[in-house]
Structure formats: C-alpha cells, structure tokens
Design a protein around this ligand. Structure first.
Ligand code: ADP
Ligand code: MG
Length: 707
C-alpha cells in the first residue's frame, strides 16, 4: 500500500521491531536519533510520493546525505517486500561498500547481518531465506539477471553510485529500461552523487529528486611545485597537519593496498618517533581497501584516540584509503583531506587487446568530490599534492565511463546469455567503440564461445556460468582433457585472490628465500599450485603461513573460491579428471591446460633476449615477482601489467608445438604479423610436419611387417 513517512516514523519510534517482533535495543535508539537528522530523512514524504507515482526515478544527493543507508529502508517500510516473498536490492560498484553498508544498515534496523539485511558479492554470499534487503555489487545483480532475466526476486532495485558508470551498472541500466515494461510492479531508483543527473533523467525519462546537501566550505591548498614522490609527500602532509592544525581527522587518498599499508607503517613510525618530544597527540593510521577483512574495514568508523593525558594534545585518526572513501563510504569527523591526485583506473587498448589497471591522474570532478569529504561536519581543508596549474590544465573534467575503457569479453558473454541478440542495438548510455566490441566478439569466437554466426555455443553457455574472465573459464572447462581438473581449479582460485606472497620491505630477503621454496621450474602457475598444496598439507596453519611469508587470509579465500568453482563445474555436470601426482605428465598436463585457455597471451624470447607478445608484438619483461630463475623461450602469461614498463605477470614455460595443437585457428600463420615469433613458429611448424611424416612412415612400415 501507499504509506506515508508519518506511519513509518511511528513504527521506527515504537518499542518493537516490526520485522523481527523483538524489542528494540539501546544501540538502535541511539542510531535512530542520528538518522533523524540526515537530509534524506527530511525528504522521506517527497520520496515516497515519487515512488508511488512513478516506476522509475532518479535521486541525486550530496555524499553522506543518507541515500545508501536510508532509501532502501524507506522502501522496506513502504512495500513490506518480505510479505510478497520479494526483496529490495541495492547495488554498489565496490565490494567493500556493499559489505560495510550492509553491516551499518543491519545495525540501523536492529537485525543480524546476513538475516533480514545481507550482502552478496562475488564468491561471498551473506544472505538467508529471511533476507529482505540485499546490498550487492552491480556485477552480482547482472549475474543474477542471467538466470532470472525479469529479476522476479525483487520488488525494487536501487542502482546506487550510478555516477561511477561501471560497466555492470551501465549494462544493468540498459536491461532495466526494458524490464520495467514487463514488470509493471517493479520499482527502479537510480542514485547518484554528482550533479550530472540530467543524463540519467534523460536516459530513463524519469523524474528527479534532489536532496540538498549540508556541507561546509572547504579551503583548497595546492603545492607550489610538483612533487617527485606523492607517497612521501602525503606522509609529510599528514605529519604537518598533525603538528600544525586544530583537532580533526584526516583522510588520505592513495591508489592501492601496497601503497596504503606502506604509508600506514610510515605514519605510525613517524608518530611513535614524535612521542619522544611529547608535544604531539597520539596518531592512529587506519587502512581502507577492498581486500581488507570486514572487521578491519569497520575500524575506520572508530573514534580518534584520546589524548595521552587529560590535558594533553588531542589524538587524531588518519584514514588512508583507495577511491572507496571518495563517494561510497562516509566517515564522520574528517576535517582534512590529502589528495595526491591519482587513482588506479582501468585502461584498455583494443588494438593490442590489453586491459590494465593503471595509476593515472583523477578528473577534476573526482578532485572536487575528494575535497568535499573534508566539509562534512565542519569547515575543512583539502591539501592537493599537485599544482593549481596542473589541476586547471592537466586534469580532465570527468572520468570516461568504464565501458569505454574496458575489455568487453566477459560483458559480451553475459549479454549473450541475457539473450541480447544484437549488441549494436543494445541501449547503452554511452555505446562502446565498435572496435572494442569487435575485439570482444573475436575473442569469444576464438575461445569457441560463439560460433561463426555469433550464436552461443555449448562452450559459451558453460563459460557464462563461471564468474571469471572467459580465458579462465575455458581453461577450467577444458581441464579434464588434460587430466588436471583439480589442479586447474586450484590455479584458477589462486589467480582470483590478491598475491599470497607477502614481502615486507624490511624483511624482503627472508621473504624471497621463503618464496623460493615453492618455486617450480615450469613457472608461476605451478608455483601457486605448490603453495596451495603446502598450505593444505599444513592444515592451513597460521604460524606456518607466517614463517613462510604467506597471507593466510588470501589463501583461505582462495580455498573458498576453489570450492565455489568446483560447485559451479559440478552443477553443470562438467567432466572432471585428474592424474595421479606421480604421473610423469603431471606438470606438462597443467601447462597445456593453461595454454588451452590463455593461448592468446603468449610471449616469445627473441635473439636479442627480449620478450614480446606474439601477434601484437609488444615488448615486455617478465615481472620481477616471478619465481622463474631462467628465461624460457615461450611463455604463457596471465596478466599484462602496464606501468612505466610493460610487464607480463604470472608466467609458465610452454612448448610452441602446443599452440598449433591447441589453437590451430589462432595460430594460422598465414594471418600472422611478420616478426621473430612468426619466423620461429614457421620453423616449429615444419619440424612438426617432418616428424609427422616420419611417424606415418614408421606406422606404414610396422603394418607391412605385421603382414
Ligand atoms: P550517501 O549514500 O548519501 O552518501 P550514506 O547513507 O552512506 O550517505 O550515509 C549517511 C550517514 O550515515 C553518513 O553521513 C554517516 O554519518 C552515517 N554512516 C554511514 N555508514 C556508517 C557507519 N558504518 N558507521 C557510522 N556511521 C555511518
Ligand atoms: Mg552512498
């Protein structure tokens, strides 16, 4: 029925939780008080009115106004979806945001996380049959749409952080535009942090609700000269704030886990140092990035440390975060922002088929958003670690939507599975370049996922069930042909988690020595397999992991992912076969199976001792993290890393003959670019032909003899 905010408020202010029947806790009541002040709460009636009158609406509001936490609850109280056996979904581009916000809203509703409120991210489903509100990554909802194209499980779908324009959100927008015609009971709410609402409104032809923000002015400071090392500059900036600025917490934006941990250690070390002087208050540096375990993520919401003595200088909290804190998560109490101006962003070069995460300058819009984080609770300051001139001249206005800079292999596979026949006619908000689309179709055709007419094959259907890139799916599906299904499942899982090898800066030598114990002569894929086997052999022991410089957490995640990949394979009744460990072909089989999936990612060592990728002929080097201690002539690689130099990461030695055996259509030399790889391959091919002739002759001879 159509409810009003007054009805909902009465329920929320009551003594009993209408969803569980239990009395409300004290914690609930104290959070409720804070929620009443959020700008979103003030517009509850307007929101409900628009939802009742429209199927789709766009909602724009300043970060921290209560969109993500409150709007799904408004819908719960209005729709009571659980009575109709339905749920409210709220998508997030980032896993951390989905997990963290779900926890927060579970607290706000006074329920257990995973019960009435849950989350679902790749390889981690924290929901139950009781779940009525589900926070999930946009990628997960897209996956669900493949099996349930009308999304019948949901009464309302909220696409949050739409301004991020991830590929998954873009595709979902296109799909939902169609679904609303078939499901007139379904509500769609598109939420965005920036003011670029016009574009969404036009695309959906829907009404707009703007939630006025409540922010304080933020003073922006630039560095007079460009900084050589932004990490060092950021440490200096934080220490300077701590010494010279009034009370207030600090938020620093860096690009990834390694940098963040590094800076946390540096800041903590510096803070310890200054304790000697006794003049500074305590400093607490807290990291925030996606692979952090949930409890550690929640720590960013802790209060700053208290002063050391009652009248001592105040303590300060420094949160060092990836982009997550830009719009997805709001940390109250931040007064200072340190912005080096970089983020890891996906870039794709369709010509050489390379997609990579590259540290690149952020946009002006992102820089403004970051600065705004300092003015949430009082006037703040933002220290940009670049010059005003480079802000004006070098930063783009907006970041390009991800779909324009991604490898679309997985996406096209999913669209096919969703029944989108004609990709060119799909209603993209920003259509990807035709060349990118062509590359994706070509890739899937090579992998046997699409036939000559562009229709889904059995292989394609099987591949689409695995939440991994198409090459990896192909490797898993074909593994039984090479008698190594168990091993390939392990390798796929190990490749799906962050690197398991730890390498603390001050103990790098010892860490490398430990790593060398797992090194396998065929390469890193086999090394990963060794690590996993050893981990299981040690019963996943924490002390052992610590001694061997391995991340127990990532290894445990890999183990869980392995289980899920195995279940996916079993559900589809894919054949699984493995040879015994003492089979002389054990490791060769594995390398061949990897090649069956990744034969488009092969590097060749030329006479100048330089690797280049075959076909695309990019000069590359094997990443220094590799466990290989020699340079095989042919390698298959898992990842192309674009940094200052081009690296290939996670490599295994292969035999060039396999390329012709496993992928004759791709290694058709007639269409191969001239170069050293081709020259070499031509020779390999003629050698193979000679051997083949000899084999035939021998067979004939044997036959004659037998007669
Ligand atoms: P929006 O989606 O509009 O950016 P949110 O709904 O995420 O805003 O957050 C609204 C407010 O809820 C924040 O300003 C913050 O005060 C509070 N909040 C959100 N998450 C947490 C949390 N995990 N711990 C404490 N407070 C939180
Ligand atoms: Mg939000």
């Amino acid at each position: 029925g159509n409810t009003t905010s007054a009805q909902a408020l009465a329920l929320e202010n009551g003594e009993y939780n209408p969803f569980t029947g239990k009395p409300y806790s004290a914690k609930y009541k104290s959070i409720l008080k804070k929620r009443r002040d959020l700008p979103m709460t003030q517009q509850r009636d307007e929101f409900l009115q628009l939802v009742h009158d429209n199927q789709t609406m766009v909602l724009v509001g300043e970060t921290g106004s209560g969109k993500t936490t409150q709007v799904p609850q408004f819908l719960l109280y209005d729709e009571l979806p659980h009575l109709k056996n339905k749920m409210v979904a709220c998508t997030q581009p980032r896993r951390v945001a989905a997990m963290s916000v779900a926890q927060r809203v579970a607290d706000e509703l006074d329920v257990q996380l995973g019960e009435e409120v849950g989350y679902s991210i790749r390889f981690d489903d924290c929901t139950s049959p009781n779940t009525m509100l589900k926070y999930m990554t946009d990628g997960m909802l897209l996956r669900e749409a493949m099996d349930d194209p009308l999304l019948n499980r949901y009464s309302a779908i909220i696409l949050d952080e739409a301004h991020e324009r991830t590929v998954a959100t873009d595709i979902l927008m296109g799909l939902l535009k169609g679904v609303v015609h078939q499901r007139t009971d379904l509500k769609i709410i598109v939420m965005s942090a920036t003011l670029d609402a016009g574009k969404f409104q036009q695309y959906f032809d829907a009404p707009l609700l703007t939630v006025p923000g409540r922010t304080f002015p933020v003073e922006v400071f630039y560095t007079p000269e460009p900084k050589a090392d932004y990490l060092d500059a950021a440490v200096e900036a934080v220490m300077d704030i701590h010494q010279n600025q009034p009370t207030g917490d600090v938020l620093v934006f860096l690009t990834g886990e390694e940098e963040i941990e590094d800076m946390c250690a540096k800041v903590m070390a510096r803070a310890e140092d200054q304790q000697w002087s006794g003049k500074m208050g305590p400093l607490l540096a807290l990291p925030l990035y996606s692979s952090l375990p949930p409890q550690a993520q929640q720590r960013i919401f802790d209060k700053a440390p208290p002063p050391r003595s009652p009248d001592g200088p105040p303590g300060r909290k420094v949160v060092i975060s990836t982009n997550i804190a830009e719009t997805s998560l709001t940390i109250d109490g931040i007064v200072y922002v340190v912005d080096p101006g970089f983020a890891k962003q996906k870039v794709f070069n369709p010509r050489v088929r390379v997609e990579s995460l590259l540290v690149s300058p952020i946009s002006k819009a992102a820089a403004k958003q970051r600065a705004g984080r300092a003015g949430r609770t009082q006037p703040g300051k933002c220290f940009r670690l670049y010059t005003e001139k480079s802000f004006e001249k070098e930063l783009q206005e907006q970041t390009h939507p991800e779909i324009l800079r991604s490898n679309l292999g997985s996406v096209v596979l999913q669209l096919k599975k969703l029944g989108v026949e004609n990709l060119v006619e799909f209603d993209f908000m920003d259509p990807p370049a035709p060349e990118t689309m062509m590359r994706a179709l070509e890739l899937l055709h090579y992998l046997g996922a699409l036939d000559d007419e562009g229709e889904f094959t059995d292989m394609g259907r099987a591949m689409s069930h695995f939440p991994v890139e198409p090459q990896m799916a192909k490797m898993i599906i074909d593994s039984h042909k090479f008698n190594c299904s168990e091993e390939i499942l392990t390798i796929a899982a190990m490749l799906s988690v962050p690197p398991v090898f730890l390498s603390p800066r001050e103990r790098r030598v010892a860490a490398n020595r430990a790593k060398a114990e797992f090194a396998h002569a065929q390469g890193d894929y086999c090394t990963l397999l060794n690590v996993y086997h050893a981990f299981k052999g040690q019963n996943e022991d924490a002390d052992w992991c610590w001694e061997m410089y391995l991340s127990q957490r990532h290894l445990k995640t890999a183990d869980r992912i392995r289980g899920q990949l195995l279940r996916t394979a079993q559900q589809q009744q894919l054949p699984l076969k493995s040879a015994a460990y003492d089979d002389p072909m054990y490791y060769t089989n594995i390398s061949r199976a990897i090649t069956a999936g990744y034969y488009m990612q092969v590097g060749h060592l030329d006479r100048k001792n330089q690797y280049s990728t075959v076909k695309d002929q990019q000069v590359v080097r094997i990443h220094p993290s590799s466990s290989l201690d020699y340079t095989p002539q042919w390698v298959v690689y898992n990842e192309f890393v674009l940094t200052g130099q081009n690296f290939i990461r996670t490599v295994n030695a292969i035999q060039p003959e396999w390329l012709f055996e496993l992928a004759p259509h791709y290694y058709d030399l007639e269409y191969f670019p001239e170069g050293s790889a081709k020259r070499e391959l031509v020779q390999v091919k003629s050698r193979m032909a000679v051997l083949e002739k000899e084999r035939e002759r021998a067979a004939k001879k044997a036959k004659k003899k037998a007669k």
